[in-house]
Design a binder for this molecule. Structure first.
Ligand code: ADP
Ligand code: 5GP
Length: 195
C-alpha cells in the first residue's frame, strides 16, 4: 500500500502553503480532498478545495462509514473520505492528508503506518499574525481558532515529526526531506529484506 502522510497543526500555521510547495517539489504526492460542513470561502470550489456538505449529508456519510476519520472543529465538521484515500493508495499513489489534531489521532489508530508531521508556529504571535493576515476569517473566528490552537500545541510531542514553520523555505526543505526519506524507506521495504 502507498504511503499516507498526515500534516497537522493549528489553523494558520501554514499547512496549506507548505503542502502546495511540497507537491510542487514531489509531484507524485496527491492531496486528499476533505469533506466539510463549513461554507466555502470566496474562491473555494466544491470538489477542489473541499467537498462542501450539509450537516444532513455529512451525517449520512458518517452512518455509511464513508469517513476514515472525522472531527468537529470550531463549530463545523471535517472528515477524510475513504474513497479519496483508497482510490489513490490502491493505485500506489502516496497521499497527503491536511487535517486537525483529533483527526490525526484517529488516523494514527486506523493507519499506524501513516507518517505523521506536526507543523509548529514560531510563536503564538506569529500564528495570530498569519490568521489575521490570511484575511479569510472574521475576528471572532480568528479568536476561536487561536483558542483551539493552544490546545492543539500541547499535542505536538505525540507526533513522529515536528517541523517549525518559521522561514517558509526552511520548513519546505524539512518537510521534503521527511517525505523523501519515508518514500525511500517504503521502496526499499518493497524490494525485500537483505536487498
Ligand atoms: P493553514 O493551512 O495551516 O491554516 P495557511 O497555509 O493558510 O495555513 O497559511 C496561513 C497564512 O500564513 C497564509 O496567509 C500564508 O501565506 C502565511 N504563511 C504560511 N507560512 C508562512 C511563513 N513561513 N512565514 C510567514 N507567513 C506564512
Ligand atoms: P479550514 O476551515 O481553515 O479550511 O480548516 C480548519 C481545520 O480543519 C484545519 O486545521 C484543517 O487542517 C482541518 N481539516 C481540513 N480537512 C480536514 C479533515 O478531513 N479532517 C479533519 N479532522 N480536519 C480537517
Amino acid at each position: 500500500m502507498a504511503r499516507v502522510f498526515v500534516i497537522t497543526g493549528p489553523s494558520g500555521v501554514g499547512k496549506g502553503t507548505l503542502i502546495r510547495s511540497l507537491i510542487a517539489r514531489v509531484p507524485e504526492l496527491e492531496l486528499s480532498v476533505s469533506a466539510t460542513t463549513r461554507r466555502p470561502r470566496p474562491g473555494e470550489r466544491d470538489g477542489v478545495h473541499y467537498h462542501f456538505l450539509s450537516d444532513a449529508a455529512f451525517d449520512a456519510k458518517v452512518r455509511e462509514g464513508a469517513f476514515v476519520e472525522h472531527a468537529a472543529y470550531s463549530g463545523r465538521r471535517y472528515g477524510t473520505l475513504r474513497s479519496e484515500l483508497e482510490r489513490r493508495t490502491a493505485n500506489g499513489i502516496p497521499v497527503v492528508l491536511e487535517i486537525e489534531v483529533q483527526g490525526a489521532r484517529q488516523i494514527r489508530r486506523a493507519l499506524p503506518d501513516a507518517v505523521q508531521v506536526f507543523i509548529v508556529p514560531p510563536s503564538t504571535a506569529a500564528l495570530q499574525e498569519r490568521l489575521v493576515g490570511r484575511g479569510t476569517d472574521a475576528p471572532e473566528e480568528v479568536a476561536r481558532r487561536l483558542r483551539v490552537a493552544e490546545q492543539e500545541l500541547t499535542a505536538r510531542d505525540e507526533f513522529q515529526y515536528q517541523v517549525v514553520n518559521d522561514r517558509l523555505e526552511d520548513a519546505v526543505d524539512a518537510l521534503e526531506a521527511i517525505v523523501r526519506r519515508e518514500l525511500g524507506r517504503c521502496a526499499s521495504g518493497a524490494e525485500g529484506a537483505g536487498s
